[in-house]
Ligand binder design. Sequence first.
Ligand SMILES: O=C(O)[C@H](O)COP(=O)(O)O
Ligand SMILES: [Mn+2]
Ligand SMILES: [Mn+2]
Length: 567
Amino acid sequence: MASFVLPAHPKIPKGKKLAVIILDGWGEQVSDEYNAIHVAETPTMDALKNGRPDTWRLVKAHGPAVGLPKEDDMGNSEVGHNALGAGRIFEQGAGLVDTALETGKLFQGSGFKYIQEAFPTGTLHLIGLLSDGGVHSRLDQLQALIKGCAAHGAKRIRLHVLTDGRDVLDGSSLGFVDDLEQTLKEVRASGCDALIASGGGRMEVTMDRYENDWNVVKRGWDAQVLGEAPHKFASATEALKKLKEADPKVNDQYYPPFVIVDEAGQAVGPIVDGDAVVTFNFRADRMVMMAKALEFADFSSFDRVRWPKIKYAGMLQYDGELKLPNHFLVSPPEIDRTSGEYMVKNGISTFACSETVKFGHVTFFWNGNRSGQFSHELEEYVEIPSDSGITFNVAPEMKAILIAEKARDAILSGKFDTVRVNLPNGDMVGHTGDFHATVVGCATADKAVKIILDAVEQVGGMFLVTADHGNAEDMVKRNPKTTKPVLDKNGKLQILTSHTCAPVPIAIGGPGLPKNVRFRKDLPNGGLANVAATTLNLLGFEAPADYEPSLIECSSRESCVQLLPEG
Ligand SMILES: O=C(O)[C@H](O)COP(=O)(O)O
Ligand SMILES: [Mn+2]
Ligand SMILES: [Mn+2]
């Protein structure tokens, strides 16, 4: 068994309080009028950067640096917080599914064998996000899965698709539906009865997270399982077009639930006893609630009306601690020995906080997709309820100030060695595509950082401020070479609601930071996975040998005098 005892750092003393602040969706990009962070008033973050090359730098937050398959894969919260918490780069769900499909191992595993038992007499249902965003799922993987299932005996397949417009451009769903219909046509030609059965926008249907709003999952359940929805159409293409005509404000993220019906008006694919179901998203957070609804006998979060006896598998197992779901097609990355576990086993006490929509980021993702705490004595996790039923451009301040005040109180209480928060604004408001609201959100996040840094100042502590990936720093689709916005065919800007491939800032400081601690210059390609070793060092420990190297160096213990206060 691995030893969790960490040696003392030879130069950095223990005992200073450390605040770790994650600005969600806060990258560093071209400073122009489409960069909401640049446009926003951000005096606190500016002061951490300007003239401070020893304590401010950029780190990579996308692509292989966070375990994603390709250099042009944008970062996301799951892989970002996994890397931040675990201190190592693990091949993530996207790549693991690619390999399992390419080698055909997916179709030989016990998870597939389990759902296959339903193929002779039941229908196979595939539920998930229809896009090529690569954050929660990927269309090419879905297409390979459909073809593979048909080749391995599925006689009847029904698709329950969630339109994206968040990790990809709004309006792109029609194209993804076309591509999917083409695949279904090919599969039908081979004798498998394959159809789209239901749909809806991801933020309206099914893909809620951290139990913020069970109504979202219920709307999905009603359409997918019960075959009931307020809107009925002959095809998904017709659904998307007619719903948009009826309400031009509706977008891919927020399409209402719909079911596809046959000529007699009957839903073509409700889920019934004897069927198989696969949730094909590889990412965990927004599938956990649906997985619970499908799998748990004891379930009271909404009235399921009918709980069909099905063979259910996730693309991955979404929660390692809950073993949810029990059956899965591809094994998730085994993210072990996270920094949170090391801290607990070395007596470090932690306070972690965010609002609901990001709470799991600083707990569940941070701890390697593991729910719960390592220690009830040493860890306190506080969730501030998020607004639900609104888009965050109408309340772009979100709960950032409340989160910061909780962190401030935790720091001032003296009870915790380290305090960790996620400030959601840049990301959650950035995803709405509303530029002005995002500016307000970023300015609020900056104020929240100030509240926490002031508390750090009072207790003579240290801080580490960073982000999990870019988003708010780029609100338009750009030509990657010229960085100029790309206009659509009507000459209009294309609003970018997604994350980016931008690097993110990291800053350290505070009166407790030994004077000679600074960022090393020999790790120009440092990424989020280098942060865990950095925080362990700041807390006075050497990092585990197999962690990605720390970003900091300190010349000698004797000369570890304190930095002058900020300002
Ligand atoms: O789930 C979402 O909201 C987006 O697809 C990705 O955003 P996140 O990775 O910041 O959560
Ligand atoms: Mn994020
Ligand atoms: Mn996001």
